[in-house]
Each structure stands twice: as structure tokens, then as C-alpha cells.
Design a protein around this ligand. Structure first.
Ligand code: ADP
Ligand code: MG
Length: 269
């Protein structure tokens, strides 16, 4: 219902339906190189979206833009219909203040390929830290919650282990528990299993499948096609900074209509 294409969504909550995330016409350029070339997508509350595509197609850049780790050159991102969106560039409408960016970022969890745990903190300390430092929660309470979350991801016996004492699969499960500790409305995963030895992939994927079943809203960049088919409601195929094709998982994965999607799937299968 926006009057001008590309302008912020009018926030009539009744009309917003259950759209949680609205990415509108996002462009990201580095000098002459355009990495995201007009990407638009919406994610509904409780939906699981898998993003697939060749290396260099802009998948990580898209996730970083959604999480405000970098600003788009054009376009904007809206979370939860509350115009916590922004547009920057020559015709800047409104740029988020640092405080608004931080607030929005605490509502979005991010799980990286490389785990990114604090090496000097135990598993339970890694999970308990952000609620204390970012949300001002009580440390004892946060530690109790962290223990529950680590139990949920199957690590009740590893609470006091340091990252170096954990396998890659265990570290990634700690990272997932850490993301959950901020009670995010949305969790972004950037190739969560691609740094893992093959025998450790399933323990991480099954935790993500449990989250999806539990109704958490997820956007997952992955090369695991069988996993995408199993977990995702919607699959998006990206190439050269554009969404080439998107739709229900089985449609995109089993009956892709675009030649590029067909070629990519033939290569990764
Ligand atoms: P993907 O995650 O799909 O592999 P990326 O989003 O990481 O793709 O990168 C998309 C393209 O953007 C790549 O060609 C990459 O080299 C380029 N790129 C990413 N970050 C930067 C940067 N900071 N400066 C210049 N180019 C970048
Ligand atoms: Mg990437």
C-alpha cells in the first residue's frame, strides 16, 4: 500500500498481516560492483526461508544488510511493520540512529558459519553474556536461562566447557543457544554447517529443524539441499545479486522453472 515504489511501507498494523520482515528493493554496491541488485522479499512470522545460490551471489551480504551489519546503498528493511526501516543514499529518507540499530539488532539472532564464540568464556557464559550486556538482565537469571537453552540443544553436559574443548558441532549448537538467549523474533543462519566435518552436520541441522517446528522465524543460507527441502516453507534462489526464483520449497527444488536454478541444482546434488 505504499504510494511510491521503494518508499517505506505504510505501517497499518491491520494491513501488515503477519509479515515480520520486509526487505524492499535493496541494492548494495561496492564502487562499480553491484553485489545486491534490487532484492525484495517478505518473511511471515513462523516461516522458514532457505536461501540457496552459488558462491558470490550475495547471500551473506543480504543477511548482513537485514541485521544492519552494513547499510544498503538503496532500499530498506522493515522489521515487524514498525517502521524500524531505513533508506540511505542520495535521497535519504531517514537513517536509523545507532540506538535504533542496536535495538533492532537485539531482535534478530545471527548464527555464523564460523561459530564466533568468545574463546575465554565457557559455553554457559557465552550464552548468558548478551542478555546481561545488551538487555541488562540479571546475571543469575541469565545463567539459568542459558542452562535451559544449552539443555534444549543437547549440551547439558557441556555447560562449563570452553570453545576449544568442544567439537565444531557442539560449538555451533552453543552459538544457536546464544542467539536464542536474546529471544529474537527472527534468526538468520549463514551456512551454519559448512565449516563442520560431515559427521557433525546432522546434529546442528536437527537443532535448526526443531526451531522451525517450534515456530521460530528463520532465514537460512545453506548448501544442504535435502535439509532445505525438509525445513523450509519457502526457497529462494539467488544469482548475481538478484532473486532469480522463489516459491514453495518443493516447487523450487524439484520443479525449478529458471535455467539458472536448474543448472545450480544439478551441480550441488
Ligand atoms: P555469497 O554469500 O553468496 O557467497 P557474498 O555476499 O559474500 O556472497 O559476496 C557477494 C559478492 O560481493 C562477492 O563477489 C564478494 O566478493 C563481494 N563483496 C562482499 N563484501 C565485499 C566488500 N566488503 N567489498 C567489496 N566486495 C565485497
Ligand atoms: Mg556467503
Amino acid at each position: 500500500m505504499s504510494a511510491v515504489p521503494g518508499d517505506p511501507v505504510q505501517t497499518d498494523r491491520a494491513d501488515a498481516g503477519d509479515v515480520l520482515l520486509d526487505v524492499r528493493n535493496v541494492v548494495k554496491s561496492y564502487g562499480a560492483s553491484t553485489v545486491l541488485d534490487g532484492v525484495s522479499l517478505t518473511v511471515r512470522r513462523g516461516e522458514t526461508v532457505a536461501i540457496i545460490g552459488p558462491s558470490g551471489s550475495g547471500k551473506s551480504t543480504l543477511l548482513r544488510t537485514i541485521n544492519h551489519l552494513q547499510a544498503p546503498t538503496h532500499g530498506f528493511v522493515v522489521l515487524d511493520g514498525d517502521v524500524i526501516g531505513y533508506r540511505v543514499g542520495p535521497r535519504a529518507l531517514r537513517q536509523l540512529s545507532e540506538r535504533e540499530v542496536l535495538r533492532q539488532r537485539t531482535r534478530i539472532g545471527f548464527v555464523f558459519q564460523s561459530f564466533n564464540l568468545f574463546p575465554h568464556l565457557t559455553a554457559v557464559e557465552n550464552v548468558a553474556e548478551a542478555p546481561v550486556s545488551a538487555l541488562g538482565r540479571d546475571r543469575a537469571e541469565s545463567t539459568r536461562t542459558a542452562t535451559e537453552l544449552l539443555t534444549r540443544v543437547g549440551l547439558s553436559h557441556r555447560l562449563d566447557a570452553y570453545p576449544r574443548q568442544l567439537s565444531g558441532g557442539e560449538q555451533q549448537r552453543v552459538a544457536i543457544a546464544r542467539a536464542l538467549a536474546l529471544e529474537p523474533e527472527l534468526i538468520l543462519f549463514d551456512e551454519p554447517t559448512s565449516a563442520l566435518d560431515p559427521e557433525l552436520v546432522d546434529e546442528v541441522l536437527s537443532v535448526i529443524i526443531d526451531l522451525a517446528r517450534g515456530g521460530t522465524t528463520l532465514v537460512i543460507v545453506t548448501h544442504e539441499i535435502a535439509f532445505a527441502r525438509r525445513v523450509a516453507d519457502t526457497v529462494i534462489f539467488m544469482d548475481h545479486g538478484k532473486i532469480v526464483e522463489s516459491g514453495p520449497a518443493t516447487q523450487v527444488l524439484d520443479h525449478p522453472t529458471h535455467a539458472r536454478t536448474q543448472e545450480f541444482l544439478a551441480l550441488v546434488r
